[in-house]
Structure formats: structure tokens, C-alpha cells
Design a binder for this molecule. Structure first.
Ligand SMILES: [Mg+2]
Length: 431
């Protein structure tokens, strides 16, 4: 039989592009002395937890989440690098722009992953194997980073395929082979099937994707609704989910930070909370949104202490939030040692069409915020900030996995590549 995998057009062709050890690869690219060496990226030089590491480090058994001290025992020559989120955001933006030139049907899945529906551009770029190679070339050209590409007829099988060969992999599963290829794969290996759903399926005798053929789709539909139906099709290699470039409106906008362990200084806690409030307000403004309901809280040894608070009207100005932070500390906090602070806007909504009832007072705040945002956008986050934030931590931000180069998830300005200060002061995390 002739193998048409390399030359045939596919009825549906979807690629998942996954950058290999993304942050560590960028560090190696930016400093060629690190090529071929085990590199671990941490939150500043004082960070103790490994955010990601190079393949050379992985070969020694080092992995994300491991403590740096433990990692050094496995691999004494490990090089520690402070995370540089602005740089990673910049590279991600460049990669996504390059992928967008291959097809506009692009879904940015995370900071280092994207789905491309190339079904409609096979006449332009050639059959899927050729497009997969093109993707790898383009990504490498704009970033110097290698990626793994999985290509199949649906998103789930493409994502599964991308995992099979790393780093620098290319795995093709033509749609007509998907069902057979997934038959013996455990259901929990598919993206989106967590252990909860896995347990539900196991109780019904479904362990592998092939087992799903014996379970009526109605059983999943009754328990999980439409997502359940989708899971049933996913196991057949027929995930119906479309590649969608639309960023869903945010349900919440929040910022949190890990603070020096056991902080009990009220003023300092208030500063940390105000810092988060300022970030939330700036992000609301950037997306022309306001919110009237906020969660404000601190995490102590026994869990979160805090509450939901309402502003008189929906706002995107940090000043009313400052009052709420004070109220929270007065009402909810009993002086316990604090480990994290968090401020979340719970009901963000677009500003458009709202009537400003207190026009004059708001006009003043709006002008002030506009000037603030323009300066900070141009010269960097918190170039200008309220004086009360002077004692805030200056540790670098850490990029969240869900970061996207556009839309509401853009929490790190990507315009200004800049190294964070090498001498971080506090062991903090930002997400
Ligand atoms: Mg990756």
C-alpha cells in the first residue's frame, strides 16, 4: 500500500505547537555560553523553586517545582537564572505573530503553546507534513527556540501527538488513523480529562480511549453535559472543538503575591494589598472595564482570611480599593502571620454605554489615571506609582502559564525587553 501520509491533503488539519523548555531555551539563546548546560529558571536569584529547566537539567532528574537546593544535589553544575518575564512575553508575542502569518485560524493556548487550524491553507503551503516543518522553521527563525509540533485532524489528538516527541519533535497522526492510535492510550493522558473525570470513567470500566466505545455517550452527557459529550468524541480522535482566536471575556481579574513568610506588620501588609489593587485597577483600565465587587484577602497558616467587598459604583480606580483593603484588615485580620496577599475584581464588565453619575469627580480621577497609564505603558510598570507603594517589593513578576500576548490576560507589558534587577530582595511570587 502506498503511504499517502506525506502527500495527501487532510479533510481537517490541526497543529499544536509547543515550545520546548521555553523560558530555559530563551536563556540559552540569549547567552550562548549556556548552550548544552543544565539551566534552571527561578523567580529572581533568591527564588528557591524551579519554574522551568533545560533538557540538560531534566536529564539529571530535575523538574519544574523542585527546590533549587535539592536540584543542586542531583546536578552540582546547575546554572541558576532569574526569570525575565518581559523578555519571555516579547518572544511569545513574536512567535504568535509569525504563526499568524501561516494561518489566521490561530488559538493561543498558553505562553508557549498554540493551535493552528491549517485545513484551509493546504493549497497554499502544501500537505500537513510540509506545513508542520514550515511551522518549526518559522518559530526557530523568529525566536531561536525549538518547538515540538503535533498534527492531526482534531485538537486533542494534535496535542497528544505533540507530547510524543520532545524536544524538537514532529509527530503526524492523520485523522483517519486517530481512532486506532488512541485506542490503547489511557483516557487521563488526553488534555482536559482530569483525575476526577478519570475516576468517573474508571468506575464504569473505561480506562483507555478504546474502552469508551462500550460506554453510551448519554452517560457522559447526563453527568457532565456538553463537555461530557466532547470527551466521548475526544476518545475517538474526533474532538469537535474548533480552533478559536477569540479570547473569552474574563470572569475575574486578580493579582496576588507571595510575601515574606509570617509578615505581621499591618502597614506593610496594607502596602502589599495596595500594590495588588493598583495592578488590578490598571488592568481593568487597560481593557476598558470596571468592577464593583472585589475579593480582598490574605493567606495565613490556616487558610485565607478576607471577604468580598462592594464599591459604591463599579470602578477602575485604585483609590476606593485602598479603603476596602483597610476595611478588610480591620474587620477580618487578627494579626496572624501572612504568607500571601490577593485582590480580585469579581465582576469586571465593559465600560461602554455606562452613564457616569458623578461626572466631575470621575473626570478628575480619569485624567489622573490616563496620565499614569500613559507614562507606565511607555516607561514600564510602576514608573509612577502612589507614594504609599514605595515600600512594595521590587521582585520581578513571574509570567503565568495562561499568559497570552493579547487580550485581558496580558498582565506583563511586552513592549520593553528589560532584565529584572539581579538582586531581588524578597522571596515573592506573582501570578
Ligand atoms: Mg512547552
Amino acid at each position: 500500500m502506498v503511504d499517502t501520509t506525506q502527500t495527501a491533503f487532510w479533510p481537517r488539519a490541526i497543529a499544536l505547537v509547543d515550545m520546548n523548555a521555553f523560558f530555559a531555551s530563551i536563556e540559552q539563546h540569549d547567552d550562548p555560553a549556556l548552550y548544552g548546560r543544565p539551566v534552571a529558571v527561578t523567580n529572581g536569584l533568591t527564588g528557591t523553586c524551579i519554574i522551568t529547566c533545560s533538557y540538560e537539567a531534566r536529564a539529571c532528574g530535575i523538574h519544574t517545582g523542585m527546590r533549587i537546593r535539592e536540584a543542586r544535589q542531583l546536578c552540582p553544575e546547575l546554572v541558576q537564572r532569574p526569570a525575565n518575564p518581559e523578555r519571555y512575553a516579547q518572544v511569545s508575542t513574536n512567535i504568535m505573530a509569525a504563526l499568524g502569518e501561516i494561518t489566521p485560524d490561530l488559538e493561543v493556548f498558553s505562553v508557549d503553546e498554540a493551535f493552528l487550524d491549517v485545513t484551509r491553507c493546504q493549497r497554499l503551503w502544501g500537505p500537513p507534513p510540509q506545513i508542520a516543518r514550515l511551522i518549526k522553521q518559522r518559530v526557530f527563525r523568529v525566536s531561536g527556540v525549538r518547538c515540538s509540533v503535533g498534527m492531526s485532524g482534531d485538537k486533542t489528538t494534535a496535542k497528544y501527538a505533540a507530547k510524543l516527541q520532545k524536544p524538537d519533535g514532529l509527530t503526524l497522526i492523520p485523522p483517519w488513523q486517530s481512532r486506532a492510535r488512541l485506542r490503547d492510550v489511557p483516557v487521563t493522558e488526553l488534555c482536559g480529562i482530569n483525575h476526577g473525570i478519570g475516576g468517573f470513567l474508571a468506575a464504569r470500566g473505561v480506562f483507555t480511549c478504546g474502552d469508551m466505545a462500550r460506554l453510551p455517550i448519554s452517560v457522559l452527557a447526563r453527568r457532565f453535559g456538553n463537555p461530557g459529550r466532547r470527551i466521548w468524541y475526544m476518545c475517538r480522535g474526533e474532538d469537535p472543538d474548533q480552533v478559536s482566536g477569540q479570547v473569552k471575556p474574563p470572569q475575574t481579574i486578580g493579582h496576588g503575591k507571595v510575601v515574606p513568610p509570617d509578615t505581621r506588620d499591618r502597614d506593610l501588609l496594607l502596602t502589599y494589598l495596595l500594590h495588588m489593587a493598583e495592578k488590578v485597577a490598571a488592568r481593568l483600565r487597560r481593557h476598558a472595564m470596571r468592577a464593583g465587587l472585589y475579593f480582598i484577602g490574605v493567606r495565613c497558616r490556616d487558610g485565607w482570611v478576607g471577604d468580598r467587598f462592594r464599591t459604591a459604583i463599579p470602578v477602575n480606580d485604585s483609590r476606593p480599593l485602598g479603603g476596602l483593603c483597610q476595611t478588610m484588615l480591620r474587620r477580618c485580620w487578627r494579626g496572624e502571620g501572612v504568607f500571601q496577599v490577593h485582590v480580585v475584581a469579581l465582576d469586571p464588565a465593559s465600560v461602554t454605554g455606562q452613564i457616569d453619575l458623578f461626572a466631575e469627580e470621575h473626570a478628575q480621577a480619569r485624567r489622573r489615571n490616563q496620565a499614569l497609564d500613559q507614562i507606565n505603558e511607555r516607561f514600564g510598570e510602576f514608573t509612577i506609582a502612589p507614594a504609599k507603594l514605595l515600600r512594595r517589593s521590587d521582585m520581578p513578576n513571574v509570567i503565568a502559564p495562561a499568559w497570552k500576548p493579547y487580550g485581558h490576560r496580558q498582565t506583563i507589558p511586552s513592549t520593553r525587553p528589560r532584565r529584572p534587577p539581579a538582586s531581588g530582595k524578597l522571596p515573592e511570587l506573582d501570578w
